[in-house]
Design a protein around this ligand. Sequence first.
Ligand code: HSE
Length: 429
Amino acid sequence: MREIRVGLLGAGVVGSEVAHVLLERSDKLSEQVGATVALQRIVVKDASKKRPSFIPTELLSTNPDDVVSNPDVDIVVELIGGEHPPLELMTKAISNGKHVVTANKEVMAKSGYRLLSLAAQRGVDLRYEASVGAGIPILSPLQQDLAANEIASIRAIVNGTTNYILSKMAREDMDYQTALRQAQELGYAESDPTNDIEGIDAAYKLSILASLAFHTPVKPSDIFTQGISTLHPKDFTYARELGYAVKLLAIAKRHDDGIEARVHPAMVSLNSQLANVDGVFNAIQIEGDLVGPLVFFGRGAGALPTTSTVVADVLTIARNIAAGSLIRPRIELNRRIDVKPMSKVETSYYLRIAVKDQPGVLAEIARVLGDHAISISSVIQKELNADAQTAIIVIMTHPALEASMQAATAKLSSLTIMNEVSALIRVED
Ligand code: HSE
């Protein structure tokens, strides 16, 4: 049997597990491929570090060239994470004619277009299924099974850490810090959890999804991004009373005049599928013009689900090598469609304000919203602090332009009857 050799960059939580599966299931995997799939080398930062006993020390090296420039390596698996040096190492590996598998969303979001073009030039495959949704197959379906469709929209929960935190806060009244600590202990969070909390990780994933769905490069910097760190527990309670859950959503929609792409906390109906995605689970809802709505659901973070996908990508490439052909879908990112600025996006809103409790206040608020062409769908007075003579008002609106809502809240903040605009959460119906 022909031998197909794999070089691994990185033996952290995911890298070790990938090595484990490649070594332990070697016979079964080789049988599936019709060639021997052999783990050739594992590049690590510190070879003396204590590692699980299943990692053979003789495979370890601290020199990335032992993988990316090694003539004996056919497939490079990059699991170091972060932008540098993975970008440089993947570029070198592809330039050296090696197939690459990666779970690196940051590199694929920021430089995927360039790397895919280079891979096409060099006639090698670059697979990155694990970069979005860990264990959920979503990029292959977008490239292959849904290829006949025009994709109209993506609505997704693609960050396990924030979904875990939001679920704990909503269902168990756990405070934010405790929930974050638990997510970190469970290995869901990035090494710097700011990327999770501030929506950056989700924006990378949306960039990858939207680029494939709409066949145009959607850069992370094109995506309006807002995280969960400013959410207040009160809004979870009010949302629930109004029939909504609060989720960090990644949303991309195709319009005649461009694409909208945004990541932010959003209220979704308690009856919707997305509202019921809890904990580390991710869900990606896609609407195709032929297929209609589809939901992909599964574990979106963690070593084992990521390993499941990374090894599958290795096997796909190995099968192609064994068959002597490179059957890979052409990744066409050749349309040029503009991403609309957030100010031009239309959505409904939940607005929580604290106002002076006196006659004429509601009329004044309604006038400001009306002046900005914002139509109110309901108003509820939630609490009254008689001593401070303030009232908390929750307003739900019909769809309105983001620019109008921003201008209206700025105007509301300047009114003497206003104590504060306490929360503004977009509603995704
Ligand atoms: N930090 C990521 C998450 C891991 O929480 O979803 C998977 O990309």
